[in-house]
Design a protein. Sequence first.
Length: 146
Amino acid sequence: MDETAKRQHWMAVLARASQQEIEALLQQARPLPTHEVLKAPETGTVMVEGRAGGAGRRFNLGEATVTRCVVRLESGTMGFSYALGRDAGKARLAAVTEALLQGEGETGPLRRGIAALAASQQAARELASRKAAATKVDFFTLVRGA
């Protein structure tokens, strides 16, 4: 996995995580490193697109509120975050975490924490998918007199 793909993965995991999960992850980096907020957490809207049947034509589903933040550590490393909703604290902590992950080795505690968080998020998605599949109803038509 190249560096861009790794960062995309971290940012996706952090975007789905709660502020409490990010704070728990940052316990390994306490105290928080000195950082400069380049773009203070700001809230805006983005257009959410859907696809008919998951693979069909795109259509605009609606708008979603998103908060973004950009920070720079003392080392010069910049961290970015996007968080669904209006949680400015989560956006700032996620940006700091993303910046710290860039400077950490492959087996560092933050990267292990991100991997564990990603696994728990995947398990939650699979559980929700199994619950939904259990309620699936297959309809069929009987032909009379044929």
